[in-house]
Design a protein around this ligand. Structure first.
Ligand SMILES: *Cc1c(COP(=O)(O)O)cnc(C)c1O
Length: 462
């Protein structure tokens, strides 16, 4: 057997051959990469044997910890049968069983499962289904093929998903490739675009949304939204009742509600799906990240009977949804996703999560008093700490100061891995994280924030 390359060797090869996502490679090439070789529970372990707490669930995917025996076993068992066969004109047991299991846990009314590979493709599929649905349902009416979305939305990095996204730093330079959309201000209460305060505002930010729907519903196929938490925007949590109102408005104006639960799905917000907090059933829904417990890339777009039925007809009607991917319905992915759902039931993951959500809130309390912590947002096991240069005026740190990045580096040295979004520190540990581990994470987080933002006699904040 080939000898395992040394850390030094891997480190050189990484910097010679790899191109990392969302990474300035010039900087990367000058640093020593952290190379994760294994994991166990809430920990990641590097090639030197050093352990780190996984504070971001390996970028929002892991749920039950690394190397969970049930998930490991499900993959090994499926591997003994077959790794992959196609869903084009064929079927396979894990894909069938997973679809059935999903329908049982999804918001009521979602009855069909269309598989793909990642969050971006699940979103693309939802957009295409929405456009084709309206063509099929109203063949003689004018085109109903544009989308409404919120500013600061993030729905993935493929071109269609970027079109309904709005994070200028990521998306701005690709504008020429994107289709036009309608945009509305998000419910970002800490920096309210209307300078109002919840609840006395009565969610006035929904008025311009209703205005757009009223004026443009004839051309709007759907309103795509990240329910409860706009994740990549910096974990912006929407006020209670907001999603329900969005659902009502979409129904009123006959515009499909597309829920992107790629980040919020599978317990992250405290319920299985974010929509369930407000008793909302979207017309289309995208899921991915937690679907396999963070093990393999797999995604699904879910929809209602109403939409599904619009695509039915004789072959020659050409109502078929002409979309698919090479790995659609991959048996290994589906097998581990099925085991993921079993764990939720067997281990009562959601019931056991509730006290931990409360503990998390209590642990974070002291951080609110720190001089550069502007706001702490929490929805279930999703936490954001927005840092500000000036707490009084809420003036953000200039992006070039990389305050989030410096805090993450500090935390790494202390054994906690984080991936900030600009000035927002995200803490989103696996749902299986124990209370002592949680305490340790918040301890390290607080120490790292203090070290980096400590007011100095000659610096800002003094
Ligand atoms: C991560 C994410 C996506 C994109 O998923 P990928 O698997 O990275 O393509 C889409 N929507 C939301 C809300 C996400 O957080």
């Amino acid at each position: 057997m080939a000898r395992q390359p040394s850390t030094k060797q891997l480190s050189d090869w990484d910097r010679t051959y790899l191109w990392h996502p969302f990474t300035q490679m010039q900087e990367w090439e000058q640093e020593k990469p952290l190379i994760i070789e294994r994991g166990k529970g809430s920990y990641l372990i590097d090639t030197e044997g050093k352990k780190y707490l996984d504070g971001t669930s390996s970028i929002w995917v892991n749920l039950h910890g690394h190397r969970h025996p049930t998930l490991d076993r499900a993959i090994k068992k499926q591997l003994d049968k077959i790794a992959h066969s196609s869903l084009f004109g064929l079927s396979n047991p894990p894909a069938i069983e997973l679809a059935r299991a999903l329908i049982r846990i999804l918001p009521k009314g979602l009855t069909r499962v269309f598989y793909s590979d990642d969050g971006s493709t699940a979103v693309e599929i939802a957009l295409k289904m929405a456009v084709q649905y309206w063509q099929l349902r109203r063949p003689d009416a004018g085109p109903k093929n544009t989308f409404l979305h919120l500013k600061l939305a993030y729905h993935g990095d493929t071109v269609g998903a970027v079109s309904v996204g709005n994070i200028d730093l990521f998306h701005g330079r690709f504008k020429s490739l994107l289709f036009p959309t309608a945009e509305a201000d998000p419910p970002y209460c800490y920096r309210c675009p209307l300078s109002l305060t919840f609840p006395s505002c009565q969610m006035a930010c929904l008025d311009p949304i209703e205005q757009i729907l009223k004026e443009r519903h004839r051309e709007l196929a759907g309103f795509i939204i990240e329910p409860l938490v706009q994740a990549a925007a910096g974990m912006l949590t929407s006020p209670p009742g907001y999603l329900k109102r969005v659902r009502e408005l979409c129904t009123k104006y006959d515009v499909l509600l597309i829920a992107d639960e790629v980040a919020t799905g599978f317990g992250r917000t405290g319920k299985m799906f974010a929509c369930q907090h407000e008793g909302v059933t979207p017309d289309l829904m995208a899921i991915s990240k937690g679907l396999t417990g963070g093990y393999l890339p797999l995604a699904a777009t879910l929809t209602t009977d109403e939409i599904y039925r619009a695509f039915l007809g004789r072959y020659a009607d050409f109502k078929t949804f002409f979309h698919g991917h090479s790995y659609t319905g991959n048996p290994l992915g589906c097998a581990v996703a099925l085991a993921n759902i079993e764990i939720f039931q067997k281990e009562k993951t959601l019931a056991r999560l509730q006290p931990k959500i409360k503990t998390m809130a209590r642990l974070l309390q002291p951080l609110r008093g720190l001089p550069h912590v502007g706001e702490i947002r929490q929805q279930g096991f999703i936490v954001a700490i927005e840092l500000v240069e000036d707490k009084e005026t809420r003036k953000p740190y200039p992006l070039e100061t990389r305050v989030g990045h410096r805090i993450a580096m500090e935390a790494r040295n202390r054994g906690l891995l984080l991936r900030p979004i600009g000035n927002v520190i995200v803490l989103m540990p696996p749902l299986s994280t124990s209370i002592p581990e949680l305490k340790r994470m918040v301890e390290i987080l607080q120490a790292s924030v203090e070290t980096v933002t400590q007011p100095r006699a000659d610096g800002p904040g003094s």
